[in-house]
Design a protein around this ligand. Structure first.
Ligand SMILES: CC(C)(COP(=O)(O)OP(=O)(O)OC[C@H]1O[C@@H](n2cnc3c(N)ncnc32)[C@H](O)[C@@H]1OP(=O)(O)O)[C@@H](O)C(=O)NCCC(=O)NCCS
Length: 158
């Protein structure tokens, strides 16, 4: 398994990565939502997916989105952006790793690359929303050093 990981390369995401990132996105949403995902309409599925085609270039342009490649195949990705106008803060929107390659350090490598880039850019704080029913995500964030609070979100549909 260690050998497998040796082949993982983390690089900035580009527009050409859309199909493969989308594939990993679907796999991780299916993992999280189970059968419910397959029963959803395309519109509902799109609501849950973070790699929508129409938004992909915007993600690329943040400069804080990276992919993990294993022998030129994308196996994971991280989407993050600066929370302007309050500079110096970065928000992680999503991290996804192909279920077959989870728990092998890929998520950690993606986060480390992001932190390295953020430090270079003068970012001083990174935040993220974590579902309390997601032990893998909690473990990853704790490992990196995030201090976790209960997830509380207020949403107004207008
Ligand atoms: C969350 C996610 C990105 C983590 O990526 P990953 O590559 O599996 O993470 P890593 O291998 O770097 O593991 C980080 C830690 O989580 C632990 N972990 C993995 N699976 C776990 C599980 N089911 N329960 C508890 N901890 C778990 C690992 O053991 C590791 O800790 P360790 O090194 O001390 O053992 C990945 O599981 C994923 O894509 N999940 C589905 C999508 C998702 O929920 N994303 C987060 C929303 S933002």
């Amino acid at each position: 398994m260690i050998e497998y990981i040796m082949d993982i390369k983390i690089r900035p995401m580009t527009i050409n990565d859309y199909p493969q990132v989308h594939e990993v996105d679907i796999l991780t949403q299916k993992q999280y939502l189970g059968k419910k995902f397959d029963q959803m309409s395309e519109k509902e599925q799109n609501f849950h997916l973070v790699s929508r085609k129409s938004e992909f270039q915007t993600n690329v342009d943040t400069g804080y989105c990276f992919v993990a490649e294993n022998k030129e195949k994308i196996v994971g990705f991280i989407l993050a952006y600066e929370t302007l106008p309050f500079r110096e803060t970065l928000y992680i929107r999503y991290i996804g790793v192909n279920p077959e390659l989870q728990d092998k350090g890929v998520g950690l490598m993606l986060c480390q690359k992001l932190i390295e880039k953020a430090k270079q850019a003068g970012i001083t704080k990174i935040w993220s929303l974590i579902n309390t029913d997601n032990p893998q995500s909690i473990k990853l964030h704790e490992k990196i050093g995030f201090k976790l609070n209960d997830r509380k979100e207020a949403i107004l549909d207008i």
